[in-house]
Design a protein around this ligand. Structure first.
Ligand code: NAD
Length: 370
């Protein structure tokens, strides 16, 4: 009962036109930012996250505390828990689902393939099943990935480009997710928007990503490994700042068409969309490192090695014409400005001071992995 009350009050929007959104992966990097931004607009938000230990769970708990201080309730549960989802959809008529829960990361798949199937395939299907049986059916916006372009060498990547050469199991599960959501769209009338994010970074980011792990290693005086592609070409990424991604997610929710089925019965065609959300200006990894060195005021110890064939692609670059036209998407933070904000957050979260080196952890937000 206590649980139900928390869910209901968290789901209630604060104005009549407000959305009521289930955010999966709400304790994650992108999910926590989106949840806060929606709540700040007055929308109702309920989070769901299984707090898995792919990376430092205390960072996820700290994000949850932040959300909780803004009256957002995050349920500790798994996408694959059909009873939980059924109960949740009984209690709340969600207008939208922002589905961001997933097993992320490219290299982790080599040792942990089952975890990708569990979250990105089985978990996705469990969520779609709950959504298609709900009455009314929510519209779904979900995170695919730029990784679906795989080994495609034509840049920049456009939504209509080939996606039949995934370079990792992660990419393959995202590609499969696009097929699965498309199927639920035409069979059951679910409104679907898939967003292909390009390397998202920023405050409260993911410790497994290069910009974050480099920062940690540089401050600790440890060497960092920089991969180089074939013919000594530097790897490059279309790094996209979190606030730009959040705006893209929110305008996707705002422009999502209604689902056309209810209680499992389809009544007409529903919207199906796919958009690139990138920054359109790729930066090489050595340039990323030099910006970090400048902000951290420490020289990195670099090991440059040839890229192993473990799932990384040599470069990414988004064409965002479609998202611009349909979503009004316009990224506004370049890598220099975005990393400055990330570094500022990192130093305060892990309580570093430039002069005295590391101080103590901030007790109120847990241990982190500083
Ligand atoms: P994240 O790992 O920080 O967040 C994902 C959250 O989902 C985590 O908190 C995790 O605990 C939760 N989760 C995983 N499996 C779950 C399950 N079965 N049930 C319930 N919760 C589960 O990752 P992120 O960077 O915030 O990514 C959000 C989404 O965007 C993911 O779908 C990811 O694949 C996609 N994406 C991210 C990037 C990026 O650069 N960050 C790029 C492309 C796509």
């Amino acid at each position: 009962l206590h649980w139900e009350r928390q869910v209901r009050s968290s789901a209630a929007s604060h104005h009549s036109a407000g959305l009521s959104v289930l955010v999966t992966g709400a304790a994650g990097f992108v999910g926590s930012h989106c949840s806060l931004a929606l709540k700040k607009r007055g929308d109702g938000v309920v989070g769901l996250d299984n707090f898995n230990s792919y990376y430092d769970p205390s960072l996820k708990k700290a994000r949850r505390s932040l959300l909780s201080s803004h009256s957002i309730f995050v349920i500790d549960g798994d996408l694959n828990d059909a009873r939980l989802l059924c109960k949740l959809f009984d209690i709340v008529s969600f207008s939208h689902i922002l589905h961001l829960a997933a097993q992320a990361g490219v290299r982790y798949a080599i040792e942990n393939p089952a975890s990708y199937v569990h979250s990105n395939i089985a978990g996705l299907v469990a969520l779609l099943e709950a959504a298609r049986s709900a009455d009314p059916q929510p519209a779904i916006v979900w995170a695919s990935s730029s990784s679906v372009y795989g080994l495609n060498e034509k840049v920049p990547f456009s939504e209509s480009d080939r996606t039949d050469q995934p370079a990792s199991l992660y990419a393959a599960t995202k590609k499969a997710g696009e097929e699965i959501t498309h199927t639920y769209n035409h069979i059951y009338g679910l409104s679907i928007t898939g967003l292909r994010f390009f390397t998202v970074y920023g405050p409260w980011g993911r410790p497994d990503m290069a910009y974050f792990s480099f920062t940690k290693a540089i401050l600790a005086g440890k060497p960092i490994t920089i991969y180089r592609g074939k013919d000594r070409v530097d790897l490059a990424r279309d790094f996209t700042y979190i606030d730009d991604i959040v705006r893209g997610c929110i305008s996707s929710l705002d422009t999502a068409g209604k689902s056309t089925g209810s209680g499992g019965k389809k009544r007409g065609p529903a919207q199906y969309r796919i958009f690139n959300l990138g920054n359109t200006s790729p930066v090489t990894v050595p340039t990323l490192v030099s910006i970090l060195e400048r902000y951290l005021k420490v020289k990195a110890k670099k090991n440059v090695v040839e890229m192993p064939s473990n799932g990384d692609v040599p470069f990414t670059h988004a064409n965002i014409t479609l998202a611009k036209a349909e979503l009004g998407y316009k990224p506004s933070t370049n890598l220099e400005a975005g990393l400055k904000k990330f570094v500022k957050w990192y130093l305060s979260y892990y309580a570093y001071s430039h002069r005295g080196g590391r101080r103590t952890h901030l007790a109120s937000i847990g241990q982190g992995d500083g």
